[in-house]
Ligand binder design. Structure first.
Ligand code: PMP
Length: 305
């Protein structure tokens, strides 16, 4: 388990993480009614930098909007959000790359199965930036559980309760001796991993499922697409069949806590020659450089915290 830093942001102030409590009778606990995001804060030559903070804030707002948690947007503008992140970071002064988990909870007690007009409590805490999938060639298994469709619990909304679907998929993979799962949608098309997006390379084209494929609109997914286009790599967003993965030249996963994770095996089939492919290698290297402020062109992806 990851090491968690001592000070958290909770409500409107910094508190010891042990004092950041929600009631067992809150909608957050009863129904998983919270939306969240996780972003990296990196140690760079210009100090601590948060990665694509505005996109994370916007996705949080959009998640709350989809679910109908309407008070967050009224009470939290971007400036307030950045201010809270800065307070949290300076209270903990990390000297290593870390992840920040920012969550909007519904703290109302026994409020019933509804979302609109309820109050919100924001929590943020910092933990060590440990990858959730191996970085030297992960092994994936198609999940026996399908991704929750947009018409049931939208994957576009990063809502805590929906992550039971991810837990089922990931645990099934671990139980079968794999590192993570690949979720398919109800029609059998590829969606994503338990907590990361997926890319494949076929004939030098970089391909990822389009955003109507029951997936989280990952901020690293978007970053990979932008950077790859700039590198002159041809990219496609489209539906992907499972068997296309079996015959792909390269596969990798992207995500805040997956970084860029090369995939060496899917359902007992070796991908390519089982080693990190050339496009994956280039993307992984530039992704690290962009996150750490070492690519002049993408310095505006970073916010000093
Ligand atoms: N899909 C799911 C289900 C996730 O939980 C995550 C992690 N937030 C991702 C994709 C990757 O998103 P991001 O690049 O914004 O971290």
């Amino acid at each position: 388990m990851a090491r968690i830093y001592e000070k958290a942001y909770f409500g409107d102030k910094i508190v010891p993480i042990a004092d950041a409590h929600l009631s067992v009778a809150s909608s957050s606990v009863l129904y998983g009614l919270s939306v969240y995001t996780v972003f990296q804060v990196s140690v760079t030559k210009n100090g601590l930098m948060a990665f694509r903070l505005l996109l994370h804030y916007r996705r949080l707002i959009n998640s709350a909007r989809i679910i109908g948690m309407d008070t967050f947007e009224k009470e939290w503008n971007y400036e307030k959000f950045v201010g809270a992140v800065k307070e949290l970071v300076s209270a903990n002064t990390p000297i290593e790359d870390v992840f920040v988990r920012a969550t909007v909870h519904v703290p109302d007690l026994v409020a019933g199965t509804r979302s609109r007009g309820l109050s919100n409590t924001v929590s943020m805490f910092i933990y060590e930036a440990k990858p959730i999938v191996p970085q030297d060639g992960a092994r994936l298994k198609t999940s026996v559980w399908r991704r929750v469709p947009d018409f049931s619990i939208p994957s576009r909304a990063k809502v805590n309760g929906a992550y039971v679907n991810s837990v089922l998929g990931k645990q099934d993979a671990i139980d079968s001796g794999y590192d993570d799962c690949i979720f398919l949608d109800v029609h059998g098309h590829v969606c994503e991993l338990s907590a990361a997006n997926i890319f494949m390379v076929r004939d030098n084209v970089l391909i990822t499922p389009d955003t109507t494929s029951d997936l989280l609109e990952g901020i690293n997914r978007r970053t990979v697409l932008e950077v790859a286009r700039d590198m002159g790599i041809q990219v496609q967003e489209r539906g992907i069949d499972l068997t296309e993965l079996y015959v792909a030249d390269e596969i990798f996963a992207s995500g805040t806590s997956a970084f860029i994770a090369p995939i060496k095996e899917v359902d007992a089939r070796m991908i390519g020659d089982g080693k990190i492919g050339p496009i994956t290698k280039r993307i992984k290297e530039i992704h690290w450089r962009v996150m750490h402020g070492e690519e002049e062109k993408y310095l505006d992806f970073l916010t000093s915290v």
